[in-house]
Design a protein around this ligand. Structure first.
Ligand SMILES: Nc1ncnc2c1ncn2[C@@H]1O[C@H](COP(=O)(O)OP(=O)(O)OP(=O)(O)O)[C@@H](O)[C@H]1O
Ligand SMILES: [Mg+2]
Length: 591
């Protein structure tokens, strides 16, 4: 007796829903895309309670005749493709014919539609994927779909829904993506009955971007290479954030979340952006449909290119040309983080420095900025720097090592050269200073919370809606980090206080980094984000490469280093010190 059974349709749909419908914003995405595919010129999205109790999308598109309205809710029913080849020349967002049945299987769905030219419309109601009930309906031409009580019949999924604010923020991001995809369409988003976004139709991508992303300093670039066309609206490098939350990328008009493409855009800024930081703005990439596969991700959030390398290169090089002109950027390849040590001392000296390879990135050609300068992660030496040699632990075991060094001088505005009893020492001043700052911040945080300096005039910072929500949700813990922020709108906060250890730092940068770090670790307990947040703060709040450092400051830094708990916290981090033993020096000069 065989044991294999065919799954009933409603179960198959629920399983498909597991991939397509992750949260209310996934529903918004599917319904909005359907509206656009149906030639809508105006799309209204209403959500209640972050979309958990209601998502309603109404459009003035083509509508459906009654028989289609019923078929639309069946699995694998689509009007958008007929043959596999159609995927190669896709002009629509949808093609799988599974969004509506998936959604209907995990909610209560009401579809009301009237086709152009029909006297009457129809409404179809499906409860948790059950049998459809229909009745005639009036109303304007177009379609309205209401989805209530998401996951009411799948408690395991319902549990994963986040606070209303978080879900609302995701919905906001999806509507933004659609708005950037289709500037010629008007989008209205209401939340619990209040209009929170309105994107009126415009004539161009640039105008839509200027209205949708904060327009502060955005420059527009257009470039092409072969049949790859790149259009971008990008902000100056100083507005960049840790993490790609402020960067929207669209491929052939489809919003995607693609790290690879985001990195290509960041690299177009060259060395002015440290690894892990991404610009704010929008990039539209248009390629022949045949060279991109959009059918690689359940929510179509990722795409795959026939020749990814060529696309990456085209973005980086072509955008760089425009950005360099607009922002006065240095040429690509001029990397301030790479090769410093190599230049400072001869490569030979480094390679044989007492047998201990401590020099960061000195013995390999650093191919990418993020590797050469690990940015946040290297900053506090909490994490391994891929490919970086491990520091010599024996060095750190010598108690009072740093204080015992005699400061000789600063070179390249970046390295402190010191004499020790056994050899020559070179310290990376930025790595050293940030390690000290990090340690102080961490200690203060663990004891009674980082001290706060209140700002006389609050700094206003523009953020994404989801970041504002995150900051609000964690206001209390953020207070313990010495930062006080209050939301003043959907997409901005006022900074009222900053950590007293970081007074020299720009408050908006502190808050931008904080928000980015929280988004990156969103969903995990705040505790886990604390070290990362403190590390970023320390990184940006410390003496940098290129800062002139006097004798007193240098000596204070050395003394402070002795109090830092090295052995405990940074066995693998970015090494901040190297030693050239006198014995080795003598051998090399043939003494
Ligand atoms: N707002 C709408 N206006 C007109 N027709 C619609 C609308 N929404 C859905 N349809 C019709 O219902 C069909 C099924 O929609 P559904 O979203 O389930 O699949 P799809 O869009 O074809 O593919 P995918 O699963 O990739 O989204 C569509 O092909 C379309 O013909
Ligand atoms: Mg669809």
């Amino acid at each position: 007796m065989g044991r294999i059974r065919r799954l009933p349709d409603d179960l198959a749909n629920q399983i498909a829903a597991g991939e397509v419908v992750e949260r209310p914003s996934s529903i918004v995405k599917e319904l909005v895309e359907n509206a656009l595919d149906a030639n809508a010129t105006r799309v209204t999205v209403d959500v209640d309670n972050g979309g958990t109790t209601l998502v309603r999308v109404s459009d003035d598109g083509d509508g459906m005749p009654p028989e289609d309205a019923l078929l639309a809710l069946e699995r694998h029913a689509t009007s958008k493709i007929a043959r596999i080849d159609d995927l190669l020349a896709l002009g629509t967002f949808g093609f799988r014919g599974e969004a509506l049945p998936s959604i209907a299987s995990v909610s209560r769905l009401l579809l009301r539609t009237r086709a152009r030219g029909s006297a009457e419309g129809i409404s179809v109601f499906v409860d948790g994927g059950g049998a459809a009930r229909t009745e005639p309906a009036g109303g304007a031409v177009g379609t309205t779909i209401e989805v209530r009580d998401l996951f009411y019949n799948v408690p395991a999924r319902r549990k994963f829904l986040k606070a209303t604010g978080t879900e609302s923020a995701h919905v906001g991001d999806v509507v933004l993506g659609a708005a950037l995809a289709r500037p010629d369409v008007t989008f209205v988003l209401t939340r619990d009955g209040r209009v929170v976004r309105e994107y009126l139709r415009t004539g161009s991508r640039a105008e839509r971007a200027a209205g949708a992303v904060s327009s502060e300093g955005l420059v527009s670039c257009r470039a092409s290479r072969g049949d790859i066309v790149i259009e971008a609206m990008l902000a100056p490098p100083e507005r960049a954030r840790a993490g790609a939350t402020g960067l929207s990328i669209l491929v052939n008009g489809r919003p995607v979340k693609d790290r690879f493409l985001a990195r290509a855009v960041a690299q177009a800024y060259g060395s002015v952006l440290e690894g892990g930081r991404y610009p704010v703005g929008v990039v539209w990439l248009d390629v022949p449909p045949g060279v991109v596969d959009v059918n690689v991700h359940p929510q179509k959030a990722e795409v795959r290119f026939a020749d990814g390398r060529a696309v990456f290169d085209a973005i980086t090089r072509e955008l760089h040309a425009g950005l360099a002109r607009a922002f006065g950027l240095p040429a690509l390849g001029a990397n301030p983080y790479a090769g410093h040590l190599r230049n400072a001392l001869s490569a030979g000296a480094l390679a044989t420095s007492g047998g201990a390879p401590f020099a960061p990135g000195a013995e390999r050609e650093p191919p990418s900025r993020s590797e050469a300068h690990p940015g946040l992660f290297g900053a506090a030496s909490l994490f391994a720097t891929p490919g970086a040699p491990a520091p010599d632990l024996a060095l750190f075991a010598t108690e009072g090592l740093y204080g015992s060094l005699r400061f000789v001088g600063q070179i390249k505005g970046t390295y402190l050269v010191c004499e020790g009893t056994d050899g020559l020492y070179v310290l990376d001043q930025h790595a050293a200073a940030e390690r000290v700052t990090f340690d102080r911040l961490r200690l203060a945080h663990a004891e009674r919370g980082v001290g706060m300096q209140r700002l006389l005039v609050p700094a206003i910072v523009e953020l994404s809606a989801s970041e504002v929500v995150l900051l609000e949700e964690h206001a209390e813990e953020i207070g313990r980090l010495g930062v006080e922020v209050r939301a003043i709108s959907d997409a901005s906060v006022a900074v009222h206080g900053v950590p007293d250890l970081l007074l020299r730092q720009d408050p908006s940068r502190i808050v931008r980094d904080l928000a980015a770090e929280l988004s990156r670790t969103a969903g995990r307990p705040f505790k886990g984000a604390v070290d990362l947040v403190l590390a970023t703060m320390a990184c940006h709040g410390s003496v940098r490469a290129g800062d002139a450092l006097g004798r007193e400051e240098a000596e204070a830094l050395l003394r402070a280093l002795d109090r830092v708990d090295f052995a405990g916290h940074c066995p693998h981090g970015r090494p901040l010190i190297m030693r050239l033993a006198f014995s080795e020096l003598e051998r090399r000069v043939g003494r």
